[in-house]
Design a protein around this ligand. Sequence first.
Ligand code: PA5
Length: 417
Amino acid sequence: MLRLDTRFLPDFPEALKAHAPLLEEARRSLLAKRKNPGSMLGFLDLPEDTETLREIRRYREANPWVEDFVLIGIGGSALGPKALEAAFNESGVRFHYVDHVEPEPVIKLLRALDPGKTLVNVVSKSGTTAETLAGFLVFLDWLKGALGEAWRRHLVVTTDPETGPLRALAAREGLRAFAIPKEVGGRFSVLSPVGLLPLAFAGADLEALLMGARKANETALAPVEESLPLKTALLLHLHRHLPVHAFMVYSERLKHLPEWFVQLHDESLGKRDKEGNRVGTTALPALGPQDQHAQVQLFREGPLDKLLAMVVPESPLEDLRIPPAEGLEAASYLFGKTLFGLLRAEAEATYQALAEAGQRVYALYLSQVSPYAVGWLLQHLMWQTAFLGELWGVNAFDQPGVELGKRLTRAFLEAWK
Ligand code: PA5
C-alpha cells in the first residue's frame, strides 16, 4: 500500500480543489493519446501482460543452472532491474551490471566469472547504444571463446520486438529473445522483460509486483481528490519554481531507487516546452539515514530551493531488537528498541526538522518494502511523470537532448583511429 502525507503543506487541500479542472484536463489529454501509435503509453498496459510473465517463468525454470547473471544495458535498460534486484533478490543468483564502459571493472568481472554458470542478458530497446554494444561484444567473444557452440544457451536478448541489430542477431543465431513492446520507452520499461526477466532469476514475487502496479493504475484513474499520482504531480507542479526535487528513500534495500527516479524525472521532463522555453526541475537522489549525516545539513540550512519527497516504509518484514550492554550507558536509550523503530524515528525526525526549517516536504509511506508496495510505487511515479509532461507541455517520452552527445562520441571514435 502507498499513502501520501502532506501534513506540513497545509495549503495543499485547497490547492487540490482549485486545480481539479487542470488535473482532469491533464489526465484527459494524456489518456486521449493512449491508442495513438508513438504515444509511448504502453507502460500502462504492462501490469496486465500475464502472457509475457508466463514465458519468463518458463524460461527461468528451463535454466536452473544459472549462478551468475550479467546484465549489459544502460539508462532505462539497467536502472530499474538494478533497483529491484537489490531489494528482492531471494535466490542467491549473483547479479552483475555492465552499465558502464570502464575497462578495469569489466576485466575484473570477466576474470571472476565461470562462463559455464553465467547467463548474459543484453538489454537495449534500440539495439544501437554504444556502451551496451561494446560490453556485449566483449562478453560475446568471451562466451564463444570459452564455450564454443554452447555459447547461445548463455545469452538472452531483450530488445525491440521487430527492429534493431540485436533483434536481427537473435533471429540469425536462433537466440532466446524477449520483447520490449514498441510503445514502451526505456525509462518506463521496468515492468517489461527489462525488469521481469532478471527479477525472475532473482526469485522475486513478480505477480505481487504487477498487482501493485495495477493498483497504481486504478488510483491514477480515480476521482481527482483520490488519485494519488494526480496529487503528487500537482505537488511537483505547484513547486516547479523550486529548481530541486529531492527524492529521499529510507530503505537500504531500495538504495538504488533514487537513481531510477532521477533518470525517470530528469530525462522525461527536463526539456523545451512547445514554446521553446527550458522547463524541468532537477531530481536529487538521497538515502536515509545515511544522508542525515550529509545532505540533510544542506536541506535544513541551505537555500530554500527544494521540494522534498520522503519515501518511508511503515513496517518491516522482519525486525531486530537492539540488545543492552553493560558499560555503554550512553546508548541506553537504544536498549530494547528495534532497528526498524530507530529507522522510523529517524525518518519522522528528519521530516519534522525539514518542515520546521521552512522546506517544502511531503511523505510517501510504503506499507512495507514488499514487491506489491514497490510495484505500486514504481507505476505511481511513472504516472506522475506522464501527468507532469501534460502539465508542463513537454513530451515526457523523448530525449532529444542526449542525441548530440551520442553523435559526437561516434565522431571522436572515428577521428581517433
Ligand atoms: O529512457 C530512455 O529511453 C534511455 O535512457 C534509454 O533507456 C537508454 O538510452 C538506453 O537505450 P537502449 O535501451 O536503446 O539501449
